[in-house]
Write a protein that binds this ligand. Structure first.
Ligand code: MD3
Ligand code: FE
Length: 213
């Protein structure tokens, strides 16, 4: 079949105050992103964190950059070493750093210099329950996210866990900048629907760039 959308250019949509979605922004570079993720995971493999409540997270995680997000029975924190093997995190690839900086700038956040990149890996059924990201020191700094592989339904809520949520499909190449009034909104990911993606197989990956310190 002739693919009417094969040459579709990226486009952007305002999501909420302070939040912008850049649809398909890195779609043409997806394989390069996936190869960088593979190289990072060769050194610091994905593993499943334990929540402070004692549950094993369904999302597997690794990190790159100076700091990595972690969780154990004592709480959530950013750490300069991988608790699984005592190694520091691999450096943030130039491509990652440049994208985070340029997407933030295009959304109106100048000078975004992330020091952490959390890499989430979703297998079928993996989910992220509604939460706020508030372990970073300066909440005037945005978070930039990049979605790769299988699509997922993102839940975008309000400032209370019980507030109604918008449902937004995030697909390979989508980049979202979350800042300003959106920075403390509750959000999550519904259980991943099984599928085979031509570039990423049975997984979804998500990068989140953060300025922690
Ligand atoms: C909205 N990750 O790692 S990225 C996370 O797809 C996380 O793996 C999801 O939530 C994922 O913490 C969603 C989109 C995202 C990231 C941070 C946000 C949305 C956000 C911070 C504030 C508001
Ligand atoms: Fe989050």
């Amino acid at each position: 079949m002739f693919d009417l959308f094969a040459d579709e250019a990226p486009w952007q949509e305002p999501l909420a105050e302070g939040a912008v979605i850049f649809r398909r922004r890195v779609r043409d570079e997806a394989l390069a992103y996936l190869r960088e993720i593979d190289a990072i995971a060769q050194i610091n493999p994905f593993w499943h964190r334990i929540t402070p409540g004692g549950h094993v997270m369904s999302v597997a995680m690794t990190n790159c950059g100076d700091l990595g997000w972690g969780s154990d029975s004592r709480g959530y924190r950013y750490e300069s070493r991988d608790a699984a093997n005592g190694q520091s995190w691999p450096p943030m690839p130039d491509r990652f750093r440049a994208l985070a900086h340029s997407a933030a700038a295009d959304a109106g956040y100048a000078d975004f210099t992330p020091d952490a990149c959390l890499i989430n890996r979703y297998a079928p059924g993996a989910k992220l329950t509604l939460h706020q990201d508030k372990d970073e020191r300066d909440l005037s700094q945005p978070i930039v996210s990049v979605s790769l592989g299988l699509p997922a339904v993102f839940l975008f809520g309000g400032f209370e866990r019980s507030d109604a949520c918008q449902r937004i499909l995030l697909e390979q190449g989508d980049v979202v900048v979350w800042g300003g009034a959106s920075r403390l909104r509750y959000h999550g990911i519904l259980p991943l629907k099984a599928g085979i993606h031509p570039d990423a197989g049975s997984y979804r990956f998500n990068l989140t760039f953060r300025k922690v310190r």
